[in-house]
Design a protein around this ligand. Sequence first.
Ligand SMILES: Nc1nc2c(ncn2[C@@H]2O[C@H](COP(=O)(O)OP(=O)(O)OP(=O)(O)O)[C@@H](O)[C@H]2O)c(=O)[nH]1
Ligand SMILES: [Mg+2]
Length: 505
Amino acid sequence: MGRSFEGEDPLTAALAPPPNETPAEREIRERTECEAKRVSDEIDAQLRRERENEKKRKPVKLLLLGQSESGKTATLKSESSCFRRLTFQLLYCKRQWSEERTSWRCVILLNLVRNINDILDILGREMAAANTPPPRRQSTSIGSPNTSGVPLLKFKDKHRLLRLRLAPLRRVQSDLEQRLGAAATELYMTSATSAAPFDNAAFPSRREREFSVHSTNGWKTALERFRVARRRSGESGVLRRVRDMEDEVQGVIAGCREDMRSVWEDRVVREMLSRRKARVEDSAGFFLNDLDRIARTDYQITDDDIIRARLRTVGVQEYRVTFEHGHSAGSEWRMYDVGDLVPVRLSLRSSCSSISCATRYFDDCDAIIFLAPVSCFDEKLAEDRRVNRLEDSYMLWKSVCGCKLLARTQLVLFLNKCDLLQAKLMRGTKVRDSVPSFGDRRNDVATATRYFQQHFKEILRTYSPVQRPFYVHLTSVIDTKSTAVTLGAVEESILRDHLRRADLM
Ligand SMILES: Nc1nc2c(ncn2[C@@H]2O[C@H](COP(=O)(O)OP(=O)(O)OP(=O)(O)O)[C@@H](O)[C@H]2O)c(=O)[nH]1
Ligand SMILES: [Mg+2]
């Protein structure tokens, strides 16, 4: 009896076994079909793999944002210094990292010398004020019994002598600035209007001078020059002069070690700093407690020193990394350390892509790590003493959350500098004195960070154009081990999102 194909679709009909099929023919047919299916599955799997690889080939874009000194560059240094990944291409392969270490030595020496010169500046002013007879005194100097009832600081000849003996450090500071400036850096002026939360022409512009790396003329350029110099001239010429100068600087600093220690450990100097509420220990790039190790001609730089070194970033520094291992294997990451916040603040505020070059970094950005230094709850911006640093972080976070261009971007908040917060609270500083809404809550790190965290969370909920998860980590990014763990978790979640986004495209 013939088969009727009426009502059947032609493909089913074509694939149907022939009528009157013998058992032998059937076995051959089934074997052939089985093989065809295996080949087809293999092709499907291969296509899937290629699609995945294609998605991975699109670089993951990660932005580091936060106010100045929040720890953006330290986060990157922490990531690279412990070589979590075996392949740090471009900037952070091992050889390049070791070359970069040499350049960081100058930064650390500069930080150390600046620590002591800053103290000597204060000392000079206080000594001058103490020598001024009371009726002619211009200001109400600290320690004046006439104005505050606090006994005058008793400066001695020893202080005068120390200032004289440490005078060569002024020259060392300017030499180091020259040295770094000639290779890679330039002096940069910041102003209140460029760094206040929303620049306002009404703010008085207190100009500050701080050392900086410029994006177009940064470490990468500096190191490249060194490599070229070494290749061309071996140990001669420019390189030798640089080495001689470094040796000389290191020699002067080593020669001043005991005097620097005398200043730093002096009871009167400590009292002077305490009365001025100048917590030099909490300032960025503080190395005075490491004098014995650093102020030596045979100083061996450590990764920890590099993480703690302070050098202001200006502009946007791009770091490219291709991972070979782990869940990010095969993917390229582009990380942007956004040092200069002026364009960022402007573009966040405007949300208009034509206004600022910073939006180019926002475009297609997978994730932002936003660093908020929580130990700064009682500090003011260096750029504008009227703006509380925590408030400034809230403002910037609010702008990031509310930015339409970033609506699809994963936001990861680092409540950073928890180690400094802990030390500050242990010293007895009360959160509620600077943050009245904190009220009578317990004055400990857990309670304070929970409180700050809640505030950041509410801002995200209120201002985000679309609802998105709140990822938060308590960090002390100079602690490379724990930072590596945190970054590992963050990286995994960013990559998951990145692949999901690629699927949607
Ligand atoms: N104790 C402590 N110091 C930190 C921490 N994070 C950063 N620092 C230090 O704070 C200083 C400033 O950190 P940077 O990474 O230079 O800050 P930044 O955000 O890159 O600042 P800009 O380049 O001005 O935008 C450096 O000396 C760091 O070593 C932290 O969690 N704990
Ligand atoms: Mg920086």
